[in-house]
Design a protein around this ligand. Structure first.
Ligand SMILES: C[S@@+](CC[C@H](N)C(=O)[O-])C[C@H]1O[C@@H](n2cnc3c(N)ncnc32)[C@H](O)[C@@H]1O
Length: 285
């Protein structure tokens, strides 16, 4: 961590990214400036581009947050006496899952989604080590600034859900990863579809996501953890409150009546390769 913690080996000045004005518009207001290049089809492409002033509201499917606790972090029981800040909570799709594990969850967002407090995580002063954990899915263009800020605000650890391409780029290597490598890098082997402003269990995506975890006091090198197929087991019908997009799930923990995502985009191609007997084609992609 920046303040004498174990995250960072050699402190570097934080890059705060693009500052966001204090007066927050609703996330649904139309941003002035370039049009959002959002793919309106089910497939969300890897090179998603959001205008600078966009809220970048892409809710996390709840099963992908549960996967952090079920497959990446150890000692779930200890979390029930710990605090967690979700500093970019949006409509609360990740924060509600954090409440399943933590004793106390604080949720805030720079925009008003009628969930949590309205606070800009990058400009609001927080004391160092204010929460045991900081866990979120930040706007990708601000991910670097969120990681650096969270490393100061968290006492125990930081977990960030981001596109796997976050590991690439010389700039991010020099500003974060060289001196503050995550203690765990956990890519999903399944796709995690994220759509602008809504959850849709039928959506597919070309984008790969991973959890990046920094645990204070963990001095071992970065650990690579594949998050195994787990969507079927961790998804609940109550995760999708919109009956128009919510098919029927069996909410039991070992649910089996799970709708299969439509094979399209790269997932469809992988299925074609597998059907064609391509020796190296894994089950998913
Ligand atoms: C990708 S969405 C994730 C929402 C939520 N964490 C989830 O996973 O469902 C990113 C969120 O970051 C919020 N945001 C953008 N800039 C922010 C800032 N400077 N401080 C706090 N939240 C911010 C957006 O309003 C949006 O809700």
């Amino acid at each position: 961590m920046a303040n004498g913690g174990a995250f960072r080996h050699q402190p570097r000045p934080p890059s705060t990214g693009t500052p966001i004005a204090d007066s927050r518009p609703s996330p649904n207001s139309t941003p002035s400036g370039p049009t959002t290049m959002q793919n309106r089809s089910h497939a969300v492409m890897a090179q998603r581009v959001e205008p600078v002033e966009s809220a970048d509201d892409f809710p996390t499917p709840p099963w992908a947050t549960r996967a952090l606790f079920e497959h990446v972090l150890g000692d779930k029981a200890a979390l029930s006496s710990q605090t967690c800040l979700e500093p970019a909570c949006g409509a609360g799709h990740m924060a509600k899952v954090l409440e399943e594990y933590f004793g106390e969850v604080h949720a805030s967002d720079a925009f008003d989604y009628s969930y949590g407090k309205v606070r800009d995580f990058l400009t609001r002063p927080y004391p160092a080590n204010a929460f045991h954990w900081v866990i979120t899915n930040p706007p990708f263009r601000l991910a670097e600034a969120f990681i650096l800020r969270a490393s100061n605000v968290a006492q125990r650890g930081v977990a960030i859900l981001a596109r796997t391409v976050i590991l690439e780029s010389v700039g991010r290597y020099e500003r974060i990863f060289r001196d503050m490598a995550p203690t765990k890098f956990a890519p999903f082997v399944e796709r995690v579809p994220m759509l602008k402003g809504r959850l849709d269990p039928k959506a597919t995506t070309a984008t790969a996501y991973a959890w990046l975890v920094w645990e204070k006091g963990n001095r071992t090198g970065p650990q690579l953890i594949w998050i195994p197929p787990c969507r079927k087991r961790l998804e609940r019908q109550s995760d999708y409150p919109d009956p128009r997009t919510s098919p029927t799930f069996d909410d039991s923990p070992l649910a089996s009546s799970q709708p299969k995502p439509t094979a399209s985009g790269d997932e469809g191609r992988a299925a074609e390769m597998a059907a064609g007997g391509f020796a190296g084609a894994p089950g998913g992609e």
